[in-house]
Design a binder for this molecule. Structure first.
Ligand code: 15L
Length: 271
């Protein structure tokens, strides 16, 4: 697999991933609304607004596999989520189909299932329980991936990413932290594994406090090297700076669950 496109290349995860993947995929093409600030002379950049399908088609032209990080990466107003993550995600899959792209790795999120309580251990086969409009858009992207795999033969891997960073930054992230190199491993499975048709994996390192059954990723050869517990003192010190959040601290999605919450906390807690 030679030609790979990375969307959302100027964002935080995109910036980390492009540096790890460049030696592996020397012909890596980058796309975003604006070029990354540190774009190198040897890097190819194609600008694209995801809500404009003709721009997305240009970006995927001649590409074998797409890593789709592009879109709005946190909770936002409906119109923003609609344009970037619903219409934008549809445009990406449809442009890929039209231009003969073979594989897509879709950056889904833990927020597609964020309303599961932290004491639940969940696999990838549970009913989605989004915690935000953003989470709904990620569940939509997973459904779209399933459709394009079944109907059009694209090979699709959806990664329900936890939190990517140098280390876990609070109590919640001790469960969901994803080391950037482990993310790169998962992405490579999506771009290269010969048996892959459609799968959902959790994007999480080998964290002792994980809430997720990620055995499918391991079946495909995933061998994470990150261990959140190595940073537990740092995470505890950062957590101590935060205000208690009775709803956010109960659910896997954290503050995405408590923001705008106007429901019946007692009822939700029992679920
Ligand atoms: C995500 O999906 C976001 O993109 C990221 O900014 C974090 O909020 C992360 O989830 C998280 O849950 O920590």
């Amino acid at each position: 697999m030679a030609r790979i496109l990375l969307t959302g290349a100027a964002g935080d995860i995109g910036t980390r991933l492009r540096k790890i993947l460049k030696p592996i995929y020397p012909q890596l093409r980058l796309s975003d609304i604006k070029p990354p600030a540190d774009l190198g002379a040897d890097e190819e950049f194609v600008p694209a607004e995801l809500a404009r399908i003709e721009e997305v088609e240009r970006a995927v032209d001649g590409i074998d596999g797409v890593i789709h990080l592009g879109g709005f990466s946190v909770e936002g107003p409906w119109e923003t989520i609609l344009q970037s993550n619903i219409i934008g995600c549809y445009n990406l899959f449809e442009a890929a189909r039209r231009r003969g792209v073979k594989r897509i790795v879709f950056a889904s999120s833990n927020h597609a299932v964020g309303f599961y309580p932290r004491h639940h251990h969940i696999g990838v086969d549970v009913t989605v329980r989004p915690d935000s409009r953003y989470g709904v858009s990620k569940a939509f992207g997973e459904a779209l991936g399933s459709l394009y795999a079944d109907k059009h033969g694209l090979r699709v891997l959806c990664l329900r990413i936890g939190n990517v960073g140098d280390k876990p930054i609070d109590q919640r992230r001790l469960s969901i932290w994803l080391k950037p190199e482990d993310l790169a491993q998962l992405v490579r499975i999506g771009l290269e594994h010969p048996d892959l048709r459609f799968e959902i994996f959790y994007g999480v390192s080998a964290n002792a406090r994980t809430w997720w059954d990620n055995h499918k990723a391991y079946d495909y050869g995933y061998r994470p090297t990150g261990h959140a517990e190595d940073y537990r003192e740092h995470a505890a010190a950062e957590q101590a700076k935060l205000k208690p959040d009775p709803i956010g601290d109960f659910f896997q999605g954290g503050s995405f669950c408590s923001m705008e919450f106007s429901g019946d906390a007692g009822r939700v807690w029992k679920t």
